[in-house]
Design a protein around this ligand. Structure first.
Ligand code: NAP
Ligand code: F7E
Length: 365
């Protein structure tokens, strides 16, 4: 039985990957940082009590800023594969917390690589590094592939640039199986609530159920190549099963504006909207409502811009070229953007309906 260790197991990708690996008969270990409240909602369905027999999923307290713990956990588990997904992953927050972001994302990656080297596991343990399309930042060509030069535009992206190159360096210097997956944006119903897609689908659901008035957004013109996280974690695993350690771009090859994602999300539940105004004064209002379950009066303003969500330096356009992974590994995204929007919006409608019932019950008293 293969053993895998996942840092960032409580995150969107970590949780999907843990479930995926358990289904493939791995023994899965996850590193979780201590928090004052339990934050394991994404992995509760695969959690096993320590008292159970044949435990296939085990959590370990640890933090990417704490090298002694990382070394101890890796020594204990002796993993065949490490997926380093732990990160301070929010681009806008990285402008507020640049030093911490660098410590976790850049130094954290070095700590994992060094732990494997110090423990003499360079021949046994493969390492996957969660690299990102944010590396392309101010894009030097369109679309971006494995040879496109990097131009990071945030403390987050700069920290990931170090992580990318230190992974390449350990591969070359110590002949380790250490690889970068350069993943373009990937989303899901469990995407963190402050990333733009989830903020939008939650907003749409809550507006439709009368729980929220408006969605306030930043740059509506930014374009992203969005895929489904479920497809992308499979690509991570496939990259790790190759004979030779190589870096791969994982993307859909389609890019979409934030504004269009908003329209698609409302349209999914039968609400048509139109944008009007310019720059910080741009807004969107309902033009037509074809769904009696979620009736909103035409003319109601449902989206507005708030300049507080603008970033000091923005990444305007990301569009990946997944040709290499398609031709060498045969991976391609199974979900189109429309499928992703559907999955996210209806999951958030379900959550908002629950919230509405709870509020209704409280109001009843
Ligand atoms: P996410 O949902 O934000 O999850 C990040 C995970 O890292 C969480 O489990 C978090 O723990 C953990 N973490 C944060 N700081 C840590 C620390 N100091 N020590 C240990 N763990 C820590 O991110 P994601 O979307 O799943 O992304 C997974 C990885 O892929 C990240 O490295 C991200 O930068 C990268 N990436 C993501 C995308 C994307 O579009 N999703 C694209 C390219 C690359 P808590 O739950 O306690 O916060
Ligand atoms: O922003 C714009 C914002 O925060 C996307 C992370 O997983 O993917 C993610 O980083 C775009 C940006 O994701 C709002 O300015 C407009 O242009 O959803 P996001 P991100 O910055 O692309 C990459 C690949 C990663 O590696 C990261 O870890 O949307 N935008 N209005 C907004 N963004 C947010 N968050 N909130 C808004 O209100």
């Amino acid at each position: 039985m293969k053993k895998a260790l996942i840092t960032g197991v409580t995150g969107q990708d970590g949780a999907y990957l843990a479930e995926f690996l358990i289904k493939r008969d791995y023994e899965v270990h996850g590193i979780k940082r201590r928090s004052s409240l339990i934050n394991t909602s994404r992995i509760d369905h695969i959690y096993q009590d320590l008292q159970e027999e044949n435990i296939r999923f085990k959590l370990h307290y640890g933090d990417l800023t704490d090298s002694s713990t990382i070394i101890r956990i890796i020594q204990e588990i002796q993993p065949d594969e490490i997926y380093n997904l732990g990160a301070m992953s929010h681009v806008q927050v990285s402008f507020d917390n640049p030093e911490y972001t660098t410590d976790v994302n850049a130094m954290g990656t070095l700590r994992v690589l060094e732990a494997v080297r110090i423990l003499g596991l360079t021949k046994k343990t493969k390492i996957y590094q969660a690299s990102t399309s944010e590396l392309y930042g101010w894009v030097q060509e369109v679309p971006q592939n494995e040879r496109t030069p990097f131009y990071p535009r945030s403390p987050y992206a700069v920290s990931k640039l170090y992580a990318y190159w230190i992974t390449v360096n350990y591969r070359e210097a110590y002949k380790m199986f250490a690889v970068n997956g350069i993943l373009f944006n990937h989303e899901s119903p469990t995407r963190g609530e402050t990333f733009v897609t989830r903020k939008i689908t939650m907003g749409v659901a809550r507006i439709a159920l009368g729980l929220q008035e408006k969605i306030y957004l930043g740059n509506l013109d930014a374009q992203r190549d969005w895929g489904h996280a479920k497809d992308y974690i499979e690509a991570m695993w496939l990259i790790m099963q190759q004979k030779r350690p190589e870096d791969f771009v994982i993307a859909t090859g389609v890019t979409t504006k934030i504004r269009d994602f908003v329209e698609m999300s409302f349209s999914e539940i039968g609400i048509e909207i139109e944008f009007f105004g310019m720059g910080v004064d741009e807004k969107a209002r309902v033009t037509n409502c074809n769904n009696p379950d979620f009736y909103i009066e035409p003319g109601k303003e449902v989206v507005a811009v708030d300049a507080r969500y603008f970033r000091p330096t923005e990444v305007d356009l990301l569009l990946g070229n997944p040709e290499k992974v398609k031709s060498k590994i045969g991976w391609y995204p199974k979900n189109r953007l429309q499928d992703l929007v559907k999955d996210m919006v209806w999951s958030d409608i379900k959550a908002a309906t629950k919230e509405q019932h709870i509020r209704g019950n409280i109001a009843g008293y």
